[in-house]
Each structure stands twice: as C-alpha cells, then as structure tokens.
Design a binder for this molecule. Structure first.
Ligand SMILES: NC(=O)c1ccc[n+]([C@@H]2O[C@H](COP(=O)([O-])OP(=O)(O)OC[C@H]3O[C@@H](n4cnc5c(N)ncnc54)[C@H](O)[C@@H]3O)[C@@H](O)[C@H]2O)c1
Length: 437
C-alpha cells in the first residue's frame, strides 16, 4: 500500500451553484430532494451507487465509493444559481417537462426556495435566447465582481462551508482561443475593456476561480478551457473540469467505438442524427451554437479510433453529426446512428443504434458526481485540470500537449485508480498473472 493523500473531511454544508437553471439543473435539484426524501433512487450516479474493488479479486473488498472516499452527503447539499428568466426552480422544472408533476409537487417547497439571481448574459453569444433577469454593469470586470458578490452572499446566508460552480447554461456560439485568453494578465485587461472575446460563461468561470472554488462546464462552449483560466485555477488552488456532459449519443459512441477498434473492425462511415425539442434543442438550432456542439461531438471518434495508427481501418471515415430541433419530443431525444463497418477481406457490414433517451435524466446524475468529486479534489489539494473526471465529458479538458482520453472504459479506470491513489490503495492494472503463479 502506498501513502494516502491528506484529504480534509467533508464537514459542513456544500453549496452547488448553477449558472443556468434549466432542464438539467432543475432535474438535478429536484432529484436530490426526492432522493433525500426516499421518493426515488440515485440511478446513474457513480458517487451514490458505484463500488470500487480494492486489492486482489480474491480479497472480496468492494466498498461503495462514497464509503471509500469522503464525499459530501446529499443531506448537506444546498443549491443556488443564476438564470436570465425569473422563474423559481419549481416553475422552471414544470416548464422543462422532464419530471412528472406528481414528483415535482412532493419537493415543491424546496424547489420554490431556489430563486435565480440576475444573470450575466449577452445575446450575442446565444442568439436564440433573451430574458429579463439580467445584470447590468460598467464593464465585464464589473459583472464578474457582481457574480463574486452573489457567491459570497450565498456562502454567508446559507452558512455553507464549501462551494462548487457548474455552468449549466445554454451552449454559446463557437469561439476559438485568442490573444485575450492566453494569459491571466491579458484576460483581466480584456475583462476591463469588455472585449467581445469574453463570453458570459467565461465571466462565471473567472468569478468562481477568483473566489477559489472549483468550476466545471457542462456545455461545449470554450468557457474555462483557455490558458488564462487554467493559470487562475492553479493560482487560486481551484480544480477545473469540462466540457460538455457525455450523455446520449456520444455516450453510446464512446462505448461502441472502443469495442470496434479492439476487434480491428474498420469503420468507413458513422452517420449520427438526433431530434430533440427542449430549449437546449432550440438554442442548438442556431448554426453558431450548433457548431460548438458539433465540434465537441465529432472529435471523439478520431481520438478513439486513432486513424494515424490504423490508416487502413479509419482513414477514410465519413463522420456526420446532425441535431434537429423538433418540439413535440421535448427533452425526450431520439438519436439514430448508422455505422458502416468493414470486416475480414473488406466485407461491409452495418450496425444501427436507435437510442430513445431522456437528456436531462442522463445528465443530472453526472452533474451531481462532478460537483461531489470536484469538492473532493479541492479538499485533497488538487488544483487545475482534473483529467480523471474525463469520464463525464465529451470534450475533456486536458493538458495541451497531451491528447484527450475518450474511451469510456479507460476513463472509468483512470477515475477509480485516482480514488485508489488518493487513499493509498494499490492501483489495479488487471494483469492478473499472480493468480496463476
Ligand atoms: N442534457 C444533456 O444531456 C446535456 C448533455 C451535454 C451538454 N448539455 C448542455 O448543458 C446545458 C444545459 O442544458 P439544459 O438542457 O438544461 O438546457 P436549458 O436550455 O433547459 O437550460 C439552460 C438554462 O441556461 C439559462 N442561461 C443561458 N445563458 C445564461 C447565462 N448567461 N446565465 C445564466 N443562465 C443562462 C437559460 O435561460 C436556461 O434556463 C446546455 O448548454 C446543454 O447543451 C446538456
């Protein structure tokens, strides 16, 4: 056994701040209250249901993850957040139409207590959206200071010991890293000058990191994935994670693609299409927001299949991703994948996947896990990029000179080995020769 890392206990309450109180956020908050009341199970959450094997297969030690590492308990969570609409979380959850009214009514008081604070919002970054609950300020730096005031006020009023901030707001337009993002110094000057290179989500990220609290991005927009904010995270000791929750179609892709590659089956085409009708779908109906999502969804196959190592199998792959806004489906997305495979002696085959999923039902448990693990990372003194949380994201933030790991099963192994490492347990390599010696 190696030495375990010092981890401060999860004492007191943990505040989860959500920038954007839409479908995902309200499904998370309602879910946590429903679970606390024993009305439902935390299905889909690794922190609540997952186990971790320790030692040899013959040892019979597989505790629950939440008994193995000190995580905040659901009873200790307090929620707050911002939105451009004034609806409280009960109204917002009713509008989102993800959860049944009968369940929402049983946690109505708790949801009504979460009233969104005015948001930092600029329509030039989310074209299809506009709302009244928005801050005004002399500059983007001033807006960041207002967010910091909200955070401090919440900390004081709720008596929370620790905080985490997660962007669950709409997908912003596609942006690339530019000079304003390259150093903290340049970023702060750009904030002062209200430079268009700083979208709203970056202002939230900056405010969180400046307050020394962990930040994650559930959406695909650039947000904290820039050198300036990585620098700030290291400076303020805050853990960082993102981007774009891995749910639905991409989750399936990162399960199936590693299997095809493992058997050295070629892929000549992968056509993915979706219909969805929630507000997220409406926002993605704008080509600039869609481009942000498309880039995030498309990158996974290249990294998993490694065409540079297997040119004959994957070099000519045609990968197409479409999302169509179709209101009758609401949050209940339907995805179709057609995969054109190539087998022995180049014989073609096809695989079809039709996934009738529920976006926010898949997303809520992973926002919970990300929040609890970021809080753990903070207490364990881990700052900056948390690559071990790649498991949860379509476009995992990673050190610039490393390629990201997209294979869901490698990501899970990395996550569990990080937990073993934190507790000084032996890492599991799955070698297994020792059982036969
Ligand atoms: N549900 C999933 O499976 C999933 C998966 C990956 C990523 N995401 C991303 O997570 C985000 C949230 O998804 P959702 O389904 O809850 O969307 P949603 O449209 O229901 O909620 C987003 C909320 O953010 C608010 N908002 C927008 N800009 C804001 C700002 N600047 N400040 C504060 N609030 C702001 C909107 O008013 C809205 O209420 C989206 O960007 C989506 O692309 C979702």
């Amino acid at each position: 056994m190696q030495g375990s890392r010092q981890i401060a206990p999860a004492a007191g309450r943990l505040g989860i701040l959500l920038a954007g109180l839409g479908a995902v956020s309200t499904t998370l908050i309602a879910g946590v209250h429903a679970i606390r009341k024993g009305l439902a199970a935390p299905t889909g959450s690794l922190t609540q249901m997952g186990t971790i094997r320790l030692g040899k297969r013959t040892d019979g030690r597989s505790p629950l993850i939440r008994d193995f590492v000190p995580l905040a308990g659901l009873d200790d969570l307090v929620f707050g957040g911002w939105d451009i609409f004034e609806d409280n979380c009960y109204q917002a959850a009713c509008n989102a139409e993800v959860l049944r009214r009968e369940l929402l009514d049983q946690v109505r008081a708790e949801l009504e207590a979460v009233q969104p604070w005015p948001a930092v919002f600029d329509q030039s970054y989310v074209k299809k959206l506009d709302g009244p609950n928005v801050k005004t300020g002399a500059s983007k730096r001033d807006l960041a200071e207002q967010l910091r005031d909200d955070i401090r006020r919440f900390r004081e009023q709720q008596g929370v010991e620790r905080l985490v901030l997660i962007w669950c707001g709409s997908t912003e337009v596609y942006m690339e890293e530019g000079p304003a993002h390259r150093s903290l110094d340049a970023f702060e000057r750009a904030l002062e000058a209200s430079d268009p290179a700083i979208p709203s989500s970056m202002i939230y990220a900056y405010a969180a990191l400046k307050e020394g609290i962990p930040y994650a991005n559930a959406a695909p927009n650039l947000s904290a994935d820039v050198p300036a904010l990585e620098e700030l995270a290291l400076q303020s000791g805050s853990p960082l994670a993102g981007k774009d929750l891995k749910t639905g179609q991409t989750l399936m892709k990162t399960m199936v693609a590693p299997g095809l590659k493992a058997r050295l089956l070629g892929v000549s085409g992968w056509y993915s299409t979706n219909i969805l009708g929630n507000r997220d779908g409406e926002v993605l109906d704008d080509p600039e927001s869609f481009k942000t999502k498309e880039e995030s969804k498309k990158s996974v196959l290249d990294h998993i299949l490694q065409p540079e190592l297997y040119p004959t199998l994957y070099d000519d792959l045609h990968h197409v991703v479409r999302i169509n806004y179709y209101p009758p489906r609401g949050d209940n997305k339907e995805g179709w994948d057609n995969i054109d495979l190539v087998g022995w002696l180049d014989y073609p085959m096809q695989l079809k996947i039709n996934f009738l999923c529920r976006d926010s039902i898949l997303a809520a448990p992973i926002v919970l896990d990300v929040a609890l693990f970021l809080d753990l990372a903070m207490r364990a003194g881990m700052s900056g990029i948390q690559e071990w949380l790649s498991f949860y994201f379509k476009s995992p933030i990673h050190r610039r000179d490393l390629y990201p790991e997209h294979d869901l099963f490698i990501q899970l192994m990395k996550l569990k080995n990080t937990l073993r490492h934190l507790r000084g347990e032996e890492l599991i390599t799955h070698l297994g020769l020792e059982y036969y010696d």
